[in-house]
Design a binder for this molecule. Sequence first.
Ligand code: NDP
Length: 253
Amino acid sequence: MMNLEGKVALVTGGNGGIGLAMASALADAGATLAIVGRSPDKNAAAVAALARPGAPEPVAIVGDMTDEESVAETLAEVVRRFGGLDILLNNAGSNDRKLPQDYSLAEWNRLISSNLTSAFLVSQAAYPLMVARGGGKIVNIGSLMSVFGSPKSAPYAAAKGGVVQLTKSLATAWAGDNIQVNALLPGWIDTDMTVMAREQVSDLNERVLSRTPAGRWGRPEDLAGAALFLCSGASDFVTGIGLPVDGGYSCSA
Ligand code: NDP
């Protein structure tokens, strides 16, 4: 059920952190992988890590998923290399932590674009490709801030809340095309993004450890199984959900 041989997957932000861990899980399950990120150096390292014996060479594309033209070029490159697209993981995102009163409009717009508009643009471009294949899987990466507020992440939380609503809307719109659209809501995961968070929020480490029932930070690999489930035939009657992968954080008082 979770065999992805013959399936083509695109992971945005697949060159590091959670994206690379999820891309690796799909590669292990037999999928042909394309990743996209802005950094050529990170792309080069990641694409080497995604190669699997006997599988088609993975491709790493340099692109910015907040830019409509770059999105179109990325999808065109995936089609040129692999002939179509079956699976899309909208994982690209970023945060910049400060109090709401301190964001400029440009910073607000940049974070909404990075975390929400990007998922819309790539999903929209992927839609006709998935229809042409008779169906597909889209997994959007939300956050616990899709659900909870945060004093130092207003634009990020607004965008990630929007990701859940976008997920539900795409799920209802495209169910008849056999495209399942779901979201993963990671808890606190140890990546470059949260290294920066620990620098910007002094007591974050202690708060995460005391509030997470599992008693530890998540690792990028903790997202692998849930991503594989939502990208595979095992979830063919699951659509529109937001699945927390958080060591129990969201069920803890
Ligand atoms: P990283 O910073 O390690 O990864 C972010 C990835 O997104 C990088 O690969 C980056 O590559 C890419 N990226 C960012 N902006 C763009 C863009 N405009 N176009 C293309 N690629 C882009 O962080 P994480 O792995 O932690 O985050 C991955 C996702 O998980 C994000 O959506 C994040 O919000 C979410 N998340 C993370 C949590 C955590 O605790 N770590 C918790 C909840 C959600 P490049 O720089 O090369 O463009």
